[in-house]
Design a protein around this ligand. Structure first.
Ligand SMILES: Cc1cc2nc3c(=O)[nH]c(=O)nc-3n(C[C@H](O)[C@H](O)[C@H](O)COP(=O)(O)O)c2cc1C
Length: 228
């Protein structure tokens, strides 16, 4: 959380110093699309590879949980979780989880009390897609509605275009990718004192509507709850 605040001050300092350099009669330029704006883009912390239990300890402790407090996750925990799901872990841009044909059709959305955020793996940031609490759409079980984080895995089926793969097979492969993402998160959670559960239950149509994603191209493949 402290880093979050520091980033806010750093962003403010950068924007303030830029403004101070401009002559008074020059109109402010529109912010670039990639501008880091507190509240709209969450700049995540880099994974701490020395933290947490061993992979064998995490495997021994992995279990589904259906009871969560509303206690929010720290920025470090949120960062580690989405990095575990789909973070870039090699110079070739490939991710922590495998993907059939290396197509990476699955995007991770984080549903929190504050809003819905899309994980941009390449930039390792969360970008706000919706303001407000939509956790009820990301699940169909009470425990998830107040848990601090629900992840929804959405596949872009157009990634399979031209590969000779029909929609049924594409959905199957995307689901397998998402299962890998989710299991990485389960193990990260077990290894870092958090609870998690993979879920197939959620309100898929409403999620696609909220995110303005065309169901002909996009499909919700899996969901997950993480918390304490
Ligand atoms: C693909 C998948 C979908 C699941 N969907 C749900 C779900 O919607 N709700 C739920 O309570 N548990 C769900 N689970 C969790 C399973 O019920 C759980 O893994 C199983 O009971 C075994 O318990 P364990 O994970 O603690 O070993 C799902 C698990 C998987 C792998």
């Amino acid at each position: 959380m402290r880093n979050f605040v520091i980033l806010l001050f750093a962003a403010l300092a950068i924007s303030c110093s830029g403004a101070a350099d401009k002559p008074a009669n020059v109109e402010a330029e529109p912010a670039p699309a990639t501008a880091v704006i507190y509240g709209d883009t969450i700049v995540l912390t880099q994974p701490n590879l020395a933290a947490g239990k061993t992979i064998n300890e995490a495997l021994a402790e992995r279990a589904s949980s259906r009871e969560y407090s509303a206690e929010p996750l720290s920025l470090e925990e949120l960062s580690g979780l989405v990095w575990a799901a789909a973070g870039v872990n090699r110079p070739n841009g490939h991710l922590t989880a495998p993907s059939a044909l290396a197509l990476y059709p699955v995007t991770v959305y984080a549903f929190t009390a504050e809003g819905v955020f899309r994980y941009n793996s390449k930039l390792h940031v969360l970008v706000r897609e919706a303001e407000g609490d939509y956790r009820e759409l990301s699940a169909a079980q009470d425990f998830a509605y107040t848990a601090p984080l629900n992840l929804v895995y959405v596949a872009d089926l157009s990634k399979f275009d031209g590969k000779g793969i029909d929609r049924t097979k594409a959905e199957f492969l995307a689901g397998q990718d998402a299962a890998g993402y989710a299991e990485n998160v389960n193990l990260y959670a077990a290894g870092n004192g958090l609870k998690a559960i993979t879920r197939g239950s959620l309100k898929s149509t409403e999620v696609l509507n909220l995110l303005s994603l065309d169901p002909k191209q996009y499909t919700v493949v899996l969901a997950q709850t993480v918390g304490k």
